[in-house]
Ligand binder design. Structure first.
Ligand code: PHE
Length: 342
């Protein structure tokens, strides 16, 4: 048999095998058998050796033509077989529309924001408006305008994250008071919340936490107004049976000043590591605005007087939800966060 007729036979055989293939996999196997790297078409090239110089080019051309024809045939059969297979699969498989679907996990409000939202809702009922301030503050807003002189221990490198000589990450929300005093005219009732930063970290302190700042400036403002406002706020926020106490304290920007404590929710006042065995948890400070602060912001005293308070939001969340480690708030462990889903 001549090389040419062997080639013809091979083509016929390949085509009939392709036609007989009953699945796309079987068809592929035929392709490999004939057109693969070590397939029969490669094999037949060896016939070249026995051909004369004149016959070689014609034979090479024929081999290429057969190869192309087979590839084309393969594609045609493959398309048809694949379509048939999909059709069969669709007919044989059933879709059970009664199966429950996949529920996508939904995010929920972080407990810190739950507290912030509730603070807004309580204080707006008392006529307080919401204000914000920058996280990166000028030293003058974070300290100077609040009557914290350059040598005050609160400015110590241990407490404050300094950005450069004049900028700090705000260590409290009290600079919001100054922004408001400078840009608005009294009477003022404002509330501000947000992140604050301190070089501090243990079971009851975080380097990055949140505060709420409240300020009221009006014609006549007394310590009684302050206590009344805070007592109302604490009662609304925590519910009836929690005790609050005011302890005399010191802040450069308030005079007189007090600290506000609530009964420790973990030990109910008996004493535990959370409350450092005092039975009380401090939620923040307050006082009548120091006239020096008002003067610095060009607000006339005693025509205008004011009170201010600043509470730690994570502290408030701890008390409200009975959380025993403040570090759970920034960790964002889903097992913790899911307990606050509504
Ligand atoms: N800024 C104070 C602090 O961070 C809290 C405070 C606010 C005290 C307003 C008095 C008045 O500790």
């Amino acid at each position: 048999m001549t090389a040419q007729s062997k080639l013809e036979n091979l083509k016929v055989e390949a085509l009939s095998k392709m036609q007989a293939a009953s699945s796309s996999q079987a068809l592929y196997n035929v392709k490999v058998e004939f057109l693969g790297k070590n397939g029969l078409l490669t094999e037949i090239m060896k016939e070249m050796a026995s051909l004369s110089k004149e016959e070689k080019p014609a034979f090479g051309k024929s081999v290429n033509e057969v190869k192309q024809a087979l590839e084309q045939a393969y594609e045609g059969f493959e398309t048809a077989l694949k379509a048939k297979e999909i059709e069969e699969k669709m007919n044989s498989e059933e879709v059970d529309l009664t199966l429950p679907g996949f529920t996508r996990p939904r995010g929920s409000v972080h407990p810190v924001h739950l507290v912030i939202n509730e603070i807004y809702s309580i204080m707006s009922r008392l006529g307080y408006a919401i204000r914000q301030g920058p996280l990166i503050e000028l030293d003058s807003y974070n300290f100077e305008a609040l009557n914290i002189p350059a040598d005050h221990p609160a400015r110590d490198m241990q407490d404050t994250f300094f950005i450069d000589k004049t900028h700090v990450l705000r260590t409290h929300t009290s600079p919001i008071q100054i922004h408001s005093l400078e840009s608005e005219k009294p009477p003022l009732r404002i509330i501000g919340t947000g992140a604050v930063f301190r070089c501090d970290s243990d079971i009851s302190h975080l380097p990055h936490f949140h505060q709420i700042e409240g300020m009221c400036v009006d014609r006549k403002v007394s310590m009684g107004d302050l206590k009344g406002t805070i007592s109302f706020f604490v009662k609304e926020f925590f519910g009836g049976d929690l005790k609050t106490r005011f302890r005399p304290s010191f802040f450069p920007f308030t005079e007189p000043s007090a600290e506000v404590d609530c009964t420790c929710p973990i030990c109910k006042g008996k004493g535990c590591s959370m409350c450092k065995h005092t039975g009380w948890i401090e939620i923040g400070g307050c006082g009548l605005i120091n006239p020096k602060v008002l003067a610095h912001a060009q607000v006339k005293y005693p025509e205008w007087q004011g009170f201010a308070f600043g509470f730690g939001i994570e502290r408030m969340a701890i008390i409200k939800y009975g959380v025993d480690d403040i570090r759970l708030f920034p960790e964002n462990d889903l097992r913790f966060l899911r307990q606050f889903e509504m």
